[in-house]
Design a protein around this ligand. Sequence first.
Ligand code: BES
Ligand code: MN
Ligand code: ZN
Length: 510
Amino acid sequence: MTDRLEVVFSPLTAATENVAVAFASDELALGSRLKDLNAKSGGAVLKAAEAGDFKGKAKSAIEILAPPKLDVTRLIVIGTGKAADLSDLDRTVLGGTALGHVLARKCASASFIAEIPDSSEKADLIAADVALGALLRHYSFKKYLTRKSTSDDSASNGPRDSLTRLVIHTADPDKARTTFLRHKAIADGVYFARDLVNEPANVLGPVEFAERVKDLERFGVEVEILDVPALEALKMGSLLSVGQGSVKPSRVAIMQWNGSRSKRARPICFVGKGVTFDTGGISIKPAAGMEDMKGDMGGAACVSGLMLTLAQRKANVNVVGLIGCVENMPSGSSVRPGDIVTSMSGQTIEVLNTDAEGRLVLADVLWYAQERFKPKLIVDLATLTGAIMVALGKDYAGVYCNDDRLYADLQNASAATGEKIWRMPLDKSFDKLIDSKNADVKNIGGRWGGACTAAAFLHRFVKDTPWAHIDVAGTAMDATRTDISQSWASGWGVRLLDKFVGDNHEKPEK
Ligand code: BES
Ligand code: MN
Ligand code: ZN
């Protein structure tokens, strides 16, 4: 719910806005436009660089105030380091860094001169990459701020953020505009995911979540919503047991994007945990920090954002996104520790801890996805365990995968997008820990390896489909702030999975 930032592409030589940002590479290499500006201003750029000992190194910057004879009030020059080494991701991050400088200056409009001297990359891609980084950086969640300003208005997050227009100067604006369409689709998907995660649980319950994804029909996604009677008819007793204590009824949403040129191609499925609020249920959580559990639908938000991105860029692939939306509350009708429920697969589950609810939701949605769609592969995303944060911290998501090829593809997409993953073990020794005396399986292991026993539980609901489970508890919410993500909700995974789909599942079939 960020105030709109209008991004426009304009020729290199067009007039710049009041605040302009340009890039200089290692050894103080300047682009053609920056050289012009330097000449016009009587060498102001090079003089400032000399005075500030600026040589274009990565992470360095100088600011020239009121440069003579130029129509800008400030010219900020950011170092890129060695231009030849820059990846797509580096350029995107650079766009985020540049926007950070602009936001701190509190201006209404700004220009980026999107030239990276000595770079071998095409001008349109440079322009589109920095524009994407700027958009990702600009996001903030301000829809509930009604006062004009507050005492702790920070540079980029206060309601006074005034930036509305960003002009990207580039050698070929028409081409850049076309290239940017794909980048814009990614930004839209990330924004959608972040908005869903940031939304408080009184506003976004399972019903409202499903309504928001229903809206993806505008972009050509087919969306079905299953209500409680439909879920009962499907015998999703595991998922339904989680929502039974809440006054908010559960929903499953199924989003289909059929973009493949061969319409009958088997789809790939993405499954998301959508617990709109997780109190823990009868096994209630402690009060401190419980507010964060409004974000316990980060997996489902990522799947929804991904569907929006794929539809907006008309991806040549058949993809199904399935999300299980429930609220986990304690009440007279809640599931109790010791209760035994029957999942759609027929397997019975002893619920020993009602706070291990995400796996109960996923068990049924994973099963349904396989039964109905016979997918080529399944990836699920879930804010599943605190234990994954103990193991990997806040910057890596843990991945459990039954297929080395699938993991390798995810790893490549991870390296390209900077959304980091680390492979974790799926092993029989964890599976043993969830055998139950009273039912086929129990929903908790023991004290150790909590993320691994959670994955082992999910594994029992996967047949022989290639499958990856991504535990995003550390990365989806309360995320580390970066140059391209300043929000509590990161939208983690949209960029990773868009890249994964694009690189591995949109190539013409052999
Ligand atoms: N949603 C939580 C996991 C979580 C915790 C996500 C903190 C993000 C931040 C999940 O439903 C949960 O409560 N897991 C329990 C499992 C335990 C009861 C076996 C946990 O991790 O403590
Ligand atoms: Mn829980
Ligand atoms: Zn949870």
